[in-house]
Ligand binder design. Structure first.
Ligand SMILES: N[C@@H](CCC(=O)N[C@@H](CS)C(=O)NCC(=O)O)C(=O)O
Length: 218
């Protein structure tokens, strides 16, 4: 094994970042130990804008993962790499139709909801930022609730935890932070609750990170 492959992965993460949380869940589920380097998205105008971090991820967003001699950004690309290199437990079902549904739901959240309510967008919304975030999440969740009524078992797609679930739980946390009324989304709420009972989701939770401020610590 080369030195790069033997080194512990390093995750650049922010406790509250939903995209970082997706990756933390994947690492926890797959039992991959890693070092965490906090990147505070607020402090000093945002540490993601430092020259040092920009060299790691020119997009100036978390997460980024140094692993096996390469540096990856984009949470779903990272999770897909982990899936290929550490296939157990699998996060994509074997059945092609279920696999497609998992990807559909992951993309629905990762492309259709989260980017619209990301920090950089909200900064431009000024006083309207809460209302904007609520609207983006609400329209995304209205559609997702309908989709899940066809795909869900215990989790988003059937009864196996999948990449879709890794996207769902952090997005629900964002919804709660922006005080979205979750009443109209019973399926999303039920699945989120069941997932939050799993150890991998608990230890990766924003309230239990090295950079979680004392007042938000569980
Ligand atoms: N598509 C990217 C999105 C990454 C992203 O939006 N990260 C947010 C935190 S969840 C961020 O770093 N925002 C910093 C900013 O907007 O300045 C992914 O899935 O990793």
């Amino acid at each position: 094994m080369s030195a790069a492959a033997a080194a512990k992965p390093i995750l650049y993460s922010y406790f509250r970042s939903s995209c970082s949380w997706r990756v933390r869940i994947a690492l926890a589920l797959k039992g991959i130990s890693y070092d965490l380097v906090p990147v505070n998205l607020i402090k000093d105008g945002g540490q993601q804008f430092s020259a040092e971090f920009k060299a790691l991820n020119p997009m100036q967003q978390v997460p980024a993962l140094k692993i096996d001699g390469i540096t990856l950004s984009q949470s779903l690309a990272i999770i897909n790499y982990l899936e290929e290199v550490h296939p157990n437990p699998r996060l994509l079902p074997q059945d092609p139709k279920k696999r497609a549904q998992v990807r559909m739901i992951a993309d629905h959240i990762a492309s259709g909801i989260q980017p619209l309510q990301n920090l950089s967008v909200l900064k431009q919304m000024g006083e309207k930022k809460i209302e904007w975030a609520q609207n983006c999440i609400t329209s995304g969740f209205q559609a997702l609730e309908q989709i899940l009524q066809h795909t869900a078992g215990r989790y988003c797609v059937g009864d196996e935890v999948s990449m879709a679930d890794l996207c769902l739980v952090p997005q629900v946390a964002n919804a709660e932070r922006f005080k979205v009324d979750m009443g109209p989304y019973p399926t999303i709420t039920r699945i989120n609750k069941v997932l939050l009972e799993l150890e991998a989701f608990k230890i990766s939770h924003p309230s239990r990170q090295p950079d979680t401020p004392a007042e938000l610590r569980a």
